[in-house]
Ligand binder design. Structure first.
Ligand SMILES: Nc1ncnc2c1ncn2[C@@H]1O[C@H](COP(=O)(O)OP(=O)(O)O)[C@@H](O)[C@H]1O
Ligand SMILES: [Mg+2]
Ligand SMILES: [Zn+2]
Length: 494
């Protein structure tokens, strides 16, 4: 007999519907076909052990499992549960009708325990999209999957519970739908702007980055508070919209980095160490996994001690900084992960750290300084909109504004941008820049002159306009004035 059961495979942060077709026929041996990865091929051994340990019968016949469509690569142990159920149905130990209308995913242990899977939220979204009304998966993943409304989600700890449930599904209540609209605000950051004394100019620059989604670089001597300031950027960014939160949650779910609470409500702040490899940074590996740039999606990617990073790691950032996503192509797969982050970097001005310091003396040779700065490529610097000098902290300055006060202005400025373009200024396309960043005669002349004088690239021209737009939005102005433009240029030509 042949039995079909619905399941799903992950590709990037999307899931694709997979049909598990199982046939039990005379003969001996197991076979799984349909582009299965290693873990999928091993599935039948786990399934056999799980079924046997439950005093059910693994058929002593030929078992053929076909995963369709064959063109989609299948990875991981997520097909264990649908394969086990399809074998039981194909050998008359379950009624095949009982599996209809359900989508199943879950890894099995040798004793029939259900182990959590990656990407459960994406699987739930795919199930809903394909008209399934019910999803069965491991208990640990239930809260996450239940965020998809109009889909009944059932989480179980063991295979025999699933079988018991299928014989009488009405008996069990689905996982309650968490009220994701009642999101807690993301002001739970412990790091507050008020902790940082002085540094008004740096804070202003961070406010612009948060408001418009622009990239920045903090340069200053050791101990001037660069790391401390950077950690406070996510706390002044606007709260995630529901769609943004769902997308970030899907990335973390696919990475297996989601805690059990479900929806991610805070903007991520990722600070990979400078020894990070390019795979750790952009993603990849034998089974496609999101890297730091995708874990920073909708949040901040902080690269502390920028010149210490491997040059090739910095080079691979260029493409996602433009495209806001990363396409990873390997021999065995091609996947796309979202990577829309604000890049914030920090560095010392020279190897010793005290070049142009007010009181300390720099001991570096001009050659050493040039070599140090040359570690960061021009194309990467070109994509950094705000170059900010951080001076030694003036600890005598009185306490300043809290993150909440700064954030209120950021939210107001961001609302204007969303209303106008449906996106933040940093994400405007050329047509939007043209229509929303129009300059007057004087301003145009000033920008032209700055371009020539500082040998700026065409890319920086557009990026200066975007920052100027954000400065104007923070001021609540409809038009970019000379003062707005001058401030934007000043961040470019340090
Ligand atoms: N403006 C400041 N206000 C309060 N504390 C500061 C300030 N600047 C620096 N510090 C203190 O100095 C420490 C070192 O700062 P840090 O951010 O690590 O500097 P950097 O990254 O520039 O080397 C911080 O942990 C903090 O205790
Ligand atoms: Mg530091
Ligand atoms: Zn020096």
């Amino acid at each position: 007999m042949t039995v079909s059961v619905a399941s799903a495979a992950l590709a990037g942060i999307d899931a694709a519907l997979i049909t598990v077709e199982t046939r039990v026929c005379p003969g001996m041996g197991y076979l799984i076909v349909g582009l299965p990865g290693d873990a999928v091929k091993e599935s039948l051994f786990r399934v056999e052990s799980a079924i046997s340990s439950l005093e059910l019968t693994m058929p002593r016949q030929k078992i053929l499992v076909c995963l369709a469509p064959a063109g989609v690569r299948k990875e991981g142990a997520v097909f264990d549960l649908p394969i086990a159920l399809s074998i039981l149905a194909a050998s008359d130990q379950l009624a095949p009708e009982q599996l209809e209308g359900f989508l199943f995913t879950g890894e099995l242990s040798l004793t029939g325990k259900l182990r959590p899977v990656k990407g459960a939220l994406s699987v739930a979204m795919e199930a809903h999209k394909n008209g399934f009304q019910r999803l069965v998966l491991p208990k640990e993943n239930a809260a996450e999957a239940a965020m998809v409304s109009d889909l009944a989600v059932f989480g179980f700890e063991r295979l025999e519970q699933v079988i018991g449930f299928l014989t009488d599904p009405e008996r069990v209540k689905p996982e309650p739908v968490p009220d994701v609209k009642e999101r807690p605000d993301n002001l739970l950051f412990v790091a507050d702007f008020a902790d940082v004394q002085g540094q008004a100019e740096v804070k202003r620059a961070l406010e612009i980055m948060a408001a418009g989604g622009h990239n920045g670089l903090l340069t200053g001597p050791p101990g001037s508070g660069k790391t401390m300031l950077a950690a406070r950027l996510p706390g002044i960014m606007p709260p995630l919209t529901l769609d943004e939160a769902l997308e970030t949650t899907r990335v973390y779910s696919v990475a297996g980095a989601l805690d059990s609470s479900g929806l991610m409500t805070q903007r991520p702040f990722r600070a990979p160490h400078h020894t990070a490899s390019d795979i750790a940074m952009v993603g990849g590996g034998p089974v496609a996994m999101p890297g730091e740039i995708s874990l920073a999606h909708q949040g901040v990617l902080f690269l502390d001690e920028l010149p210490e990073f491997h040059r090739q790691v910095l080079e691979v950032l260029r493409q996602p900084l433009e495209d806001r996503q990363i396409v990873i192509s390997r021999a065995s797969y091609t996947v796309t992960f979202p990577a829309n982050f604000v890049l914030l970097a920090a560095m010392n001005p020279c190897p010793c750290g005290f070049y142009r310091h007010t009181t300390r003396k720099c001991v570096c040779t001009p050659h050493a300084i040039r070599k140090y700065l040359a570690k960061i490529s021009g194309p990467l610097l070109d994509r950094i909109d705000l170059h900010v000098g951080v001076g030694p902290a003036d600890m005598t300055k009185a306490q300043t504004e809290s993150s909440a006060a700064v954030r209120a202005r950021v939210i107001a400025a961001r609302d204007v941008q969303m209303e106008r373009a449906g996106r933040c200024n940093g994400l405007m396309n050329p047509a939007m820049v043209k229509s929303f960043c129009a300059l007057g005669k004087t301003e145009t002349a000033v920008l032209q002159q700055a371009m020539v004088q500082h040998k700026l690239s065409a890319r920086s021209y557009e990026r200066i306009l975007k920052v100027a737009r954000t400065v104007a939005d923070l001021a609540g102005e409809a038009h970019i004035s000379l003062a707005h433009l001058a401030e934007a240029i000043s961040y470019r030509v340090k």
